[in-house]
Design a protein around this ligand. Structure first.
Ligand code: HSE
Length: 372
């Protein structure tokens, strides 16, 4: 099988290394690079047509971003090539178009690496749902923010320093906004929900918050009250609607998911027969992500069916109520919903609808769900 690799950065170079060390009948034949100065191997080219016109069977997309990958993936599918991607952003944004295009051209579009990196999450979704009815998922889907929260708590350091460390270790996106403001987990929850419930959720209906505004005070409050804060992605399916939301969460410190350390991810399914099943592992980084890409390549080589359907129409309602921890300079607008005042800037709300509290939150507020 001849593979065309789009992008040879962190993940792409990992894929190249793994495949180059494997058996001869699966090989990287062409590699697309951005700059002519990056051509240091006779397989490398800056011309996408060389990958689309030649006898390439499968395209691996590890470029990142939206517009260019959308163009290349669409052209590859139309050229009847199987596609494997680690790019959650392009896929979550154009899910139905790309899934439909793969189906129309009778080829496979696989994306194991795009959610929870090295954890076989899509594989376990397929595995569980062929026997069982999955009614919810939740998890730590971002390694950068887990690293930040864990290190702020363990080493008593500031957010900025913990972020710099995560960037130096190569976990963060090139623009860490996606990590720290919750976009990355939003994409991953959208893809998880789509795969679990054979649908095509509207990305814009997902309520999401990140950890940009967290301070040492929030970590200290959590510790004092036997909580651990994690950025949690949630999905729940009811008869004819779903809730999909991303929010920092105060978890009781004896819960398994609260104790997932360092940059690890934890993805949990809740289904009727199996109950809760959790999968913990590396969700970011060169080799774990490349491992997941190569797993998809091997599955396609073995003719396994990896495609998901979009046949179910399910609307995100976010009909969800809970208590929320709020830190904001001006608490006045929260006056009617205070359950407990912690200090001049911090409260815990009464049980309130997620959609209602979202209307009161601005870009400087730190909001977290509290699992009382
Ligand atoms: N920046 C992402 C993370 C990479 O930290 O989890 C993997 O998607």
């Amino acid at each position: 099988m001849n593979i065309g690799l789009l992008g040879c950065g962190v993940v792409g170079s990992g894929v190249k290394e793994i495949i180059d060390s494997m058996k001869d009948d699966i090989r990287i034949s062409k590699i697309l690079v951005k700059d002519i100065n990056d051509i240091d191997d006779n397989r490398k080219t800056t011309d996408i047509n060389e990958l689309l016109d030649s006898n390439i069977d499968l395209i691996v997309e590890c470029i990142g971003g939206i517009d260019i990958p959308l163009n290349y993936i669409s052209r590859a599918l139309n050229a009847k090539k199987n596609v494997v991607t680690s790019n959650k952003k392009v896929l979550a944004t154009h899910y139905k178009d790309l899934i439909d295009l793969a189906e129309k051209n009778n080829v496979t579009l696989a994306f194991e690496a795009s959610v929870a990196g090295g954890i076989p999450w899509m594989e376990n979704i397929r595995h569980a749902k062929r026997v069982d009815k999955i009614f919810a998922f939740e998890g730590i889907f971002n390694g950068t923010t887990n690293y930040i929260l864990y290190n702020m708590s363990q080493k008593n350091i500031d957010f900025d320093l913990a972020l710099k460390e995560a960037q130096a270790l190569g976990y963060a996106e090139s623009d860490p906004t996606d990590d720290i403001d919750g976009y990355d987990v939003k994409y991953k929850c959208c893809l998880s929900g789509n795969a679990i419930w054979d649908t095509n959720f509207n990305l814009d209906d997902i309520i999401f918050y990140g950890i940009r505004n967290i301070s040492k005070n929030d970590i200290a409050y959590a510790k004092k009250n036997n909580y651990i804060i994690k950025l949690i992605g949630n999905g729940q399916k009811y008869e004819d609607y779903a809730n999909i939301y991303v929010i920092p969460t105060f978890l009781k410190n004896d819960e398994n998911i609260a104790n997932v350390p360092h940059n690890l991810n934890c993805a949990k399914l809740k289904s009727e027969f199996l109950g809760e099943s959790s999968y913990i592992g590396q969700g970011a980084g060169k080799y774990p992500t490349a491992h997941a890409v190569v797993q998809d390549i091997l599955s396609i080589y073995e003719n396994k069916n990896l495609n998901f359907s979009t046949s179910q129409k399910i609307k995100i309602m976010n009909d969800y109520s809970s208590n929320f921890y709020i830190r904001a300079r001006n608490l006045e607008k929260f006056n009617n919903i205070i359950q407990e005042k912690i200090d001049d800037e911090t409260i815990i709300t009464k049980v309130i609808d997620l959609k209602e509290i979202s209307k009161l939150v601005d870009k400087d507020t730190f909001i977290a769900e509290v699992k009382l």
